[in-house]
Structures are given as C-alpha cells and as structure tokens.
Design a protein around this ligand. Structure first.
Ligand code: FES
Length: 403
C-alpha cells in the first residue's frame, strides 16, 4: 500500500514554448525596450515603468502591457492587475478605443463642490469637444484655491470654464515650475547644520529623542502616534531599517504638503535625514502624489543637488510616484505600492514598524511631520510653532492623516 512512485513533474508538465498569456507583439517589444532603456526592471519598479508607458503613449495598450511583463519577467496577470488598480493608468484592451489625448480632471470633493465644481464639470463636458476627456476626480490637493482642475499634468485653482478652455486650446498640459528655496540658499541660511551636528556627535541621540517626545509632535490621522515614541520603537527593532515618507494624502486639507513642498523642500529633507540618523535608517522611499507634477520636478532637482554635494553621508533615497489611488494614503497600502503592487492595506499585526517595506522594520511618516523636525530641535520642545491654532500641544499647524 505504501509503494509510492515518484513521478518527476517535468515528465507530466511540458515546458511552454512561450510564457503564459498572450504572445508578445514584436513592435510593442521594441517600443518597450527602447522606452525602458537602462531603467530598473525589478518588480518593485512596475508602477514607475507603467508611468513611463502611460506618459509616452497616453495609454497602456494590451500589447504594451504584455511586452512590459516580458521585459520585467513578471506574469501578464500581475502587470494587468496592478495597472488596473490605479486611476491614472488608462488600460486599453484590444478593440477598445484609446482615450482622448487630453484629460481634464475636475475635482468634485468637498471644498471644490462648495466652490461650484459640479456646475463647472457639467459645462466643460458640453463645451470642450470630443477630443478632450472630462472626468470628475477626487481632491487634487489645491483645496485652498477651489475649484481646482487639472488639464493633463497642469493642475490649478480658481478654475473657470473659460480658463480651462484656454489651457486646452494652447496645449498647456505641463505643470508650471515652482520656485522654492533651493539647495544653495537653504545651506547659506544655515540649512543642514542640524543634521551635520547630529552626524558629528554634537547632538546626542537621547536628547534629540527626548526633545521630540517633549514637543509632543504627532500625526493627526486618527491614531495620532507621537513622533518621538515612534522613533524609539523603530530604533529598537533589528536593522536594516527603512523609512517611507507619505506625500500621497488626498483629502481636503492635505494640500498643506504641497504648499510647504513648493516653498521649502530642503527643510523637509533635513528633517527626514535627522529622523534617519536618530533611528538608524539605511534606505528611504519618498512616495509622492501623482497629482503633484510640479513638486516631483522640484524634488527630483533638489534631491539631485543634495546628492551631488551632500554635507554628510546620505542613506539611499528614492522618489516614487503614486498613481491616483486614494487608499495609498494609508501606510501599509503605500508600502505595498512602493513594492510595485496594488495598494491593498495589510492586516496587522505585524505593524509596519516591525515588518514593513520589503519585510524590514519601517519608520513611516507624513511629509509635514518631518517638515517640523528642524524647527523643534533648533528651538526646543517649548519654542516650536509645531502646535495647533489653539496652542494645543502636539498638533502640527494643519491636520495630517498619518504620522
Ligand atoms: S477638495 Fe478640490 S482640490 Fe481638494
């Protein structure tokens, strides 16, 4: 009865002549190879590479998705399910019509609705013509200047039907440049000295942690977890440790991330580096909303300047681009997305502080939390502006969703 016979799998499962799924079209293969060039092809870069295809071709055709799967050595099903998860990717199956060249997104979330965006949306749908796709969109991070609209990658507030029509007609579909305090000026004005003092041992770790705890800075996403305590917890986990910065918050009020980023990006980057020093972080990922195209250019440029002439040894820093999924404002969903997957929240425990990005202990922070680190550590726990309008301790000036 126990005479089992081992049959090698290879003898019953014949090797496929080509990978599972549709055959890859030769022209699509050549286009994808040329587009990717030397871009990384590890699975974690799937969303970055989908953006490359979407930006270049204005859509994700079935042929290009199959070719991308082949180039990245992923299954076609995996590429398809990730591509269809995110709102900013236009997946077009065989026989389907390609989307119009220009997409106009009209925010219909609370602040913009109160400013008349529903009427604006109706008007644009009937006046812009068949070559323009007009869609309702959730908050695009310009609530302070509602109603907000984006024409292609050009997002702006105070939108009227006439203004949108002019943008479309003149092909103004790129984000205007921002004019922040750049790297040279930030350093001239004393920037990065705090981080250098930490690296040089002129600031001791315990006093930094204590100041952060005493300042009571915390996120306001619900849990409101104290920043200083979070630093201690993640530091207590075995390395290597990672950091993930969430700039993909997408509801009314979170435009504050964009507001600060457009003006003083290095204040945030220095706070991030101080946190990395205090916690012993080796790699950092910054996850930025896809709606913030101008901020992305700013961050790319300023990060390049910082890396080229860094005032100290930098951890590895990568900038990642969201793709229009509101759920990715949730920390574990964001982590899934950084890993190149659908942004599905993870079950807890384990918490991301223990098992986060790529299975490592991860310090997750909202942009604004890190923005205030320099001020708190320079002025002391009692002297910081990082408190609420009523003077309540531990509140940053504006609400943020995750700490
Ligand atoms: S509610 Fe419209 S941009 Fe935020």
């Amino acid at each position: 009865m126990n005479d089992r016979v081992a049959i090698p799998l290879s003898s019953i499962r014949k090797a496929r002549p080509h990978p599972k799924g549709r055959a890859v079209d030769a022209a699509a293969r050549a286009e994808i190879e040329s587009l990717l060039g030397s871009a990384p092809r590890a699975p974690e870069y799937l969303i970055e590479n989908l953006h490359r295809v979407q930006d270049r071709f204005g859509q994700l055709s079935a042929a290009h998705l199959a070719a991308l799967a082949e180039a990245m050595k992923l299954s076609q099903a995996e590429v398809f399910e990730v591509a269809t998860f995110y709102h900013h990717f236009d997946v077009v199956k065989e026989g389907e019509e390609a989307p119009a060249k220009v997409t106009v997104r009209v925010c219909d979330t609370l602040s913009c609705q109160m400013a008349g965006s529903v009427g604006l949306l109706d008007r644009l749908r009937t006046t812009l013509g068949a070559n323009v796709r007009v869609v309702a969109a959730p908050c695009i991070g310009r609530c302070e200047e509602a109603p907000a609209v984006s024409v292609g990658q050009n997002a702006f507030g105070g939108a009227t039907a006439e203004k949108v029509a002019t943008m479309v007609k003149e092909g103004l579909v790129k984000a205007p440049k921002t004019n922040p305090i750049g790297y040279a000026r930030y350093r001239e004005e004393g920037g990065y000295k705090l981080w250098q003092a930490c690296l040089a041992g002129e600031r001791d770790l315990e006093s930094v942690l204590k100041t952060m705890e005493d300042a009571g800075l915390r996120g306001l996403g619900g849990a409101g977890f104290p920043t200083g305590r979070k630093w201690r917890i993640v530091r207590g986990e075995a390395g290597p440790r990672h950091m993930a910065v969430n700039i993909d918050e997408g509801e009314p009020g979170t435009f504050k991330d964009r507001y600060y980023l457009e003006r003083d990006p290095h204040r945030f980057l220095e706070g991030m580096l101080v946190a990395a020093w205090a916690v012993g972080i080796e790699r950092i990922w910054i996850y930025l909303r896809d709606e913030y195209h101008g901020c992305r250019e700013t961050l790319e440029k300023e990060l390049a300047l910082l890396k080229a002439d860094a005032p100290g040894p930098l951890p590895q820093i990568e900038l990642r681009r969201g793709a229009g999924a509101y759920i990715c404002g949730e920390e574990s969903a964001m982590i899934e997305s950084i890993e190149g997957k659908r942004g599905m929240p993870r079950l807890r425990p384990p918490y991301v502080a223990q098992v986060g990005l790529f299975g490592r202990p991860t310090l997750e922070h909202n942009f604004e939390t890190l923005f205030w680190v320099r001020e708190i550590l320079e002025k002391g726990a009692g002297g910081s502006r990082a408190r609420g309008a009523t003077g309540a301790r531990g509140f940053a000036p504006s609400a943020s969703r995750a700490g």
